[in-house]
Ligand binder design. Structure first.
Ligand code: SAH
Ligand code: SF4
Ligand code: F3S
Length: 457
């Protein structure tokens, strides 16, 4: 039994939800008096916060875990935890596969880490994967960045996209109350975080599980209302949000983004496929015409807004012609960024059982063709920045050039320029863009906007 562990290590796989959960779990461990360590081999509590969105994400977890499980044979005091989406998907089966594990905990249990660990320290092997009402966090997250922070506003997902594990592993939608979201943002503002990203798998679903209707008979709590409620939090200079779903995306939201100065001009709206038959098989609930209509609407109301998305190639049954409809959509719209993936059959999802699977060769070929087009289009989109002066929030040093710092435009383009990180970290800077590349920009500082922000580094 390990009663006095000193150091913990967390490795996080997967999406921003997992990153946010890891930060809350690190906050709990700090609160318990443990010390964080970047090196798993120096830690006596190791937590893998896992992702299972595609098979390769899941396999990565097993290889990391295998190494530490071996180490445990020599160091029985080592505590091994698997949290996140693989934990939820596999549950008890994970203990059979890796008997060295002490704790298997699904994403809904992240805030209960202390309680669960105490059971482990009392000598139990614990599995926590039953669906629960997510308790509001009482500990402070230990944020990895001092500049940008994630704030969850809705957990889970009620959609039934036929390829996707998320509803199975993250459970039903649970929105946080606006007051709780604002309180967390105010605290972040006080701590000097200039940028906050509001998170949800389907952020447009925010509030539909909360009670109340307006005098006009509308749901009282919507994502747009939330933005109006939190947009002026002191100390926070930029607000971002992800992910939008085309099925529920509203013009009201575009108008709010156009109107509210702190809300950045960037939309992340995955379309997944440019073919209506495939969209139907995916159960996405919209057509490519509807998607194009949303983008037209954004470009009419906010001509300079950046637009990014996710797409899948090689979904079961995808023909060459259907894939070309995806290429056509990408060519017509011109995304600033597109995350692409080859379809990966996932346990417990309907599409994994269909017989019309596409071969790995065809998937790889389509992925490569799509990625090529994505780069070309992103390069075209970057051109509009040339010679312009952009507002950049400085995040860090350029890892490839110590004389340069890097940050992002409001539209989320990574931008490099010469400067001293000690002086500029966390500041908003005006930068004249002198060089453009598909996914990044280079420029020169023209002025520093906010000297008053003090950033703890
Ligand atoms: N809630 C978001 C997506 C979350 S998952 C949405 O609805 O858009 C992130 C991305 O992973 C998805 O947009 C999709 O493009 C990709 N993805 C999900 N399941 C996948 C699978 N089985 N195979 C390949 N890519 C997948
Ligand atoms: Fe998955 Fe669809 Fe939910 Fe996104 S909306 S998390 S793709 S089920
Ligand atoms: Fe992965 Fe879970 Fe996110 S499966 S993408 S970590 S919701």
């Amino acid at each position: 039994m390990n009663t006095n562990p000193r150091r913990y290590h967390i490795t996080t796989f997967g999406c921003q939800m997992n990153k946010a959960d890891s930060e809350r779990m690190a906050g709990i461990l700090d609160n318990m008096g443990l010390i964080s360590s970047d090196d798993p081999n120096e830690a006596n509590i190791i937590l893998y916060n896992t992702c299972t969105i595609r098979d390769n994400a899941e396999q990565k977890v097993y290889s990391y875990l295998g190494r530490q499980a071996k180490r445990k044979h020599k160091e029985p005091d080592l505590t091994l935890i698997v949290a996140g989406c693989v934990a939820q998907q596999e549950g008890e089966a994970l203990l059979r596969r890796v008997p060295e594990l002490d704790l298997v905990m699904g994403p809904q249990h992240a805030n209960r880490l202390q309680d669960l660990l105490e059971q482990v320290f009392n000598g139990n092997q614990v599995v926590a994967t039953e669906p629960i009402h997510i308790v509001e966090d009482i500990t402070k997250p230990r944020r990895d960045s001092k500049i940008t922070a994630w704030v969850n506003i809705i957990y889970g997902c009620n959609e039934h996209c036929t390829y996707c594990v998320v509803p199975g592993v993250r459970g039903r939608e649970q929105s946080r109350y606006p007051e709780a979201v604002r309180a967390e943002m105010e605290e972040l503002g006080r701590q000097g975080y200039p940028e906050i990203t509001l998170l949800g798998q389907n952020i447009d679903a925010y509030g539909r599980d909360l009670p109340g209707v307006t005098a006009e008979g509308r749901k009282k709590h919507t994502f747009t209302d939330l933005l109006y409620y939190v947009h002026d939090v002191p100390g926070v200079e930029r607000i971002r949000f992800a992910t939008s779903h085309p099925r529920y995306f509203t013009e009201r939201l575009i108008r709010a983004c156009a109107e509210l100065p702190k809300v950045c001009e960037h939309f992340h709206i995955p379309f997944q496929s440019g073919d209506n038959k495939l969209l139907k098989a995916m159960a996405r609930g919209y057509t490519h015409e509807k998607y194009r209509g949303i983008i037209d609407n954004i470009r009419e109301l906010m001509p300079d807004a950046s637009i990014s998305a996710d797409a899948i190639v090689g979904f079961p049954g995808e023909t060459e012609a259907q894939f070309e409809n995806t290429l056509k959509l990408v060519d017509d719209i011109g995304f600033d960024l597109l995350n692409t993936a080859a379809y990966s059959p996932r346990p417990g999802t309907p599409a994994a059982l269909w017989e019309n699977q596409v071969s790995e060769e065809v998937k790889a070929d389509r992925l490569q063709r799509l990625n090529h087009l994505v780069g070309v289009k992103a390069g075209e989109r970057s051109q509009r920045y040339m010679g312009r002066t952009e507002e950049i929030l400085v995040e860090d040093i350029n890892p490839k050039n110590a004389n340069q710092v890097m940050g992002r435009t409001r539209g989320n383009r990574l931008t490099f320029f010469e400067g001293d990180i000690n002086e500029l970290k966390g500041k908003l800077v005006k930068v004249k863009i002198t060089e453009v590349r598909p996914f990044s920009l280079t420029g020169e500082v023209t002025s520093v906007i906010n000297y008053q922000l003090s950033v703890i580094s």
